[in-house]
Write a protein that binds this ligand. Sequence first.
Ligand code: GDP
Ligand code: MG
Length: 377
Amino acid sequence: PEVISVRELAEKMGEDPNKLIADLISLGKFVTINQAIDFETVSKLVEKYGKVAKLEGAEEEEAILEAELEEAEDKPENLKPRPPVVTIMGHVDHGKTTLLDYIRNTKVAEREAGGITQHIGASIVEVDTSEGKKKITFLDTPGHEAFTAMRARGAQVTDIAVLVVAADDGVMPQTIEAINHAQAAGVPIIVAINKIDKPGANPDRVKQELTQHGLIPEDWGGTTIMVPVSAKTGEGVDELLEMISLQAELMELKANPDKKARGVVLEAKLDKQRGPVATLLVQSGTLKVGDPIVAGLYAGKIRAMFDDKGRSVKEAGPSMAVEVLGIEDVPLAGDKFYVVKDEKTARKIAEKRQELARESALEKEKRVSLEDLFAQI
Ligand code: GDP
Ligand code: MG
């Protein structure tokens, strides 16, 4: 877009407008004195005079805000392996909560005095594998919600989906729904055939039924890992965790930990004592106490951080989930967050976003009232 007329520019520069017109011709632009020229042309022109053109006002500010949020591409050598982020999905009552509780209680809380695990919306588990200890981040959000709410805001949080199917019940409507969600998101599925301790359990029938939905078990010549487990007795759970780690390794999940953090809001609420509390999943970079942040529509500065065991921490790297204090209001699950260079920038971006949100809300109202008008006719 044109930003200034030749006459105005000449006045600003203290040059003869005719001289500028001649310069513009040499740049291939044929303009009259009252014609306006674009920013790129202005930049080239003033360069000849040893000057640098800058946009003032709103446009410049927006350009800065955009640049602030734009992610520079990471060089391969800066990428380091990161733990997988796993969601548990499946039909109601097939044992999702029991499985996660078993994993959490045996793999997480056992090292904690008192064994009390605070609920923050994610659990980080350490697994012994043939290649040493590996971390896995499990999201507590039920798979369906995690997928729909997060994806509605353009956020992809899950690397691997664990599909729980009860061996005494088989494939049910929400099992199929879960398969569809995971496939639409391009997320690999590992099947946990659960409740194998029950007398009526029939794992082969489950495999048979899953085959009809495109999931063919490895031992039948397919590519889907299926592990028989009991969330009640714990049988097979170690193998399941090992399979998740193996799958993660195959995927070569990586992120750059040495930059400003960005990621997704998993949960957020207003706590009477502590104010807005949000659980953030760091997807790249390292989040630190004191960091200025924008989360969804809100600005803030990280005042305190807690890990999934409720311990105060100073830092959280890629694939870690932490509860944070210091965001000015309650963002939505699925909102993206960004650490920015200072609080002033955070505030500016938040204000801009709130303004845009208000505008689009108004737009929607307008559209609704128009439709109403048509309905009356
Ligand atoms: P969700 O709706 O998928 O979260 O299912 P829940 O974890 O709430 O489990 C539903 C019921 O199945 C509960 O009564 C659990 O105790 C039971 N259950 C879950 N896993 C197992 C299992 O491996 N074996 C047996 N016998 N019962 C289980
Ligand atoms: Mg449940």
